[in-house]
Design a protein around this ligand. Structure first.
Ligand code: FE2
Length: 315
C-alpha cells in the first residue's frame, strides 16, 4: 500500500478535563461569580489560588505544554452548560486560569462574543467576529504587536448550516512555500498592520508576515484585508512583488493539504497557539434572525451560532 506522506494529516487532538479537575473549576467559577457583583463578567480579575486546586492546576499545565511545545492546537470538550450567563463565567474562569487574559477591544473587554450582529461587512469596516462571513484566513494577533500565546474559541451554539473552523499550521504553509524562495523573502519583510477596533485612536505598525521562534518554528501574522487597509491608510501602496507574495500565500492557504477542518459542537473549546496556526471559518447560516444584543438568561440551545473568544498570554 502506498501512503502519500504529504497528504497525511493528524486530526486535531480532543481532550477533556478529568471529573476532579472539572469540579475544581466549578468551585473556582462560583468564587469568581460571587466576586463579580453586578460588574461585567470579565471585568474583575480572577483571583483564585490554584494551590487549592491541584488536579486542575496539573491539567492546565499539561494543556499549556501541548500548545507551547507539541500539537500547538487542541479541542477541549465538556463545557456544555444551560444558559449564557453560566457559559460566560465558566469560560472566563477557565481562560483566566489557563493564561493572562488580554484586552481585545477599545472598551477593555477581555472576552469577545463572536456572533453575527446582522450589520455591516468586513469590507465596510466591521470586525470579523460581528459577521457571518467566511473565507478570510487569518490569525487574531494582527491588531497588536504582541503575540497571543493561547487563542481560545469556546462554542456555545453552532450554526444551522456551515460555520466549520479551518485551522492551518504555519509550518505546513512554510513547507509548501519552500519551493518559492523569493516569495518567502518577501513575506519575511515588514508589512503595515492596523489596530482595527482595539483603540479609538487608529494606529499602524510594521511587522513581517513570516518570522521564526527561537526554536526555529515558523510564526505567522496575517489578515489580508487588514494589511491592505493599513497600507492604504499609511499611503504606502503594496508593491507588485508584495501583492504577488500575498497571492502565493493565499493560494497555499486554500489547499486542502494544509487545512484541518473541525465543526465545533456546543461545549467544545478550541485552543491554539495563535502565531503558529492560522484559522478561518466557512460561511454560515443561522437558525434565527440576528440580534445585536443577547440576554444572559437565554438558554444556549435557543441561540444562533455563538462563540466566546479569549486571547491569553502564558502566565
Ligand atoms: Fe479569528
Amino acid at each position: 500500500m502506498n501512503i502519500n506522506v504529504s497528504n497525511f494529516r493528524q486530526d486535531v487532538s480532543k481532550v477533556r478535563l478529568s471529573k476532579e479537575a472539572f469540579n475544581e473549576l466549578l468551585s473556582a467559577k462560583n468564587t469568581v461569580e460571587a466576586a463579580t457583583q453586578g460588574r461585567r463578567f470579565d471585568e474583575a480579575p480572577v483571583d483564585i489560588d490554584l494551590r487549592d486546586s491541584q488536579v486542575l492546576s496539573a491539567e492546565l499545565r499539561n494543556i499549556r505544554n501541548m500548545i507551547d511545545h507539541q500539537s500547538h492546537v487542541l479541542i477541549l470538550d465538556g463545557f456544555k452548560v444551560s444558559n449564557l450567563a453560566n457559559f460566560k463565567s465558566l469560560v472566563w474562569t477557565f481562560g483566566s486560569l489557563l493564561g493572562a487574559p488580554m484586552v481585545q477591544n477599545h472598551l477593555g473587554h477581555k472576552v469577545i462574543e463572536v456572533y453575527d450582529r446582522g450589520g455591516k461587512s468586513i469590507e465596510e469596516g466591521a470586525r470579523y467576529h460581528q459577521t457571518r462571513q467566511g473565507a478570510y484566513v487569518h490569525n487574531d494577533g494582527v491588531s497588536d504587536p504582541l503575540p497571543i500565546d493561547y487563542l481560545v474559541l469556546a462554542c456555545g451554539q453552532k450554526a444551522l448550516l456551515g460555520g466549520e473552523s479551518i485551522l492551518i499550521d504555519a509550518s505546513a504553509v512554510y513547507a509548501e512555500l519552500m519551493g518559492f524562495p523569493q516569495i518567502l523573502e518577501e513575506l519575511k519583510c515588514d508589512f503595515y498592520f492596523e489596530n482595527r477596533g482595539m483603540s479609538q485612536e487608529e494606529q499602524l505598525f510594521k511587522a513581517p508576515i513570516l518570522s521564526f521562534s527561537s526554536e526555529g518554528i515558523p510564526l505567522i501574522r496575517y489578515f489580508r484585508v487588514y494589511i491592505e487597509s493599513a497600507h492604504s491608510k499609511a499611503g504606502v501602496p503594496l508593491t507588485p512583488s508584495q501583492i504577488q507574495a500575498l497571492d502565493f500565500l493565499d493560494t497555499v492557504l486554500d489547499q486542502s493539504s494544509v487545512q484541518h477542518r473541525v465543526l465545533l459542537e456546543p461545549g467544545q473549546m478550541l485552543i491554539s497557539a495563535d502565531n503558529k496556526f492560522l484559522h478561518t471559518r466557512t460561511h454560515f447560516i443561522d437558525a434565527h434572525t440576528p440580534r445585536v444584543e443577547i440576554n444572559d438568561a437565554q438558554s444556549l440551545s435557543d441561540l444562533n451560532r455563538y462563540m466566546l473568544r479569549m486571547w491569553l498570554r502564558n502566565p
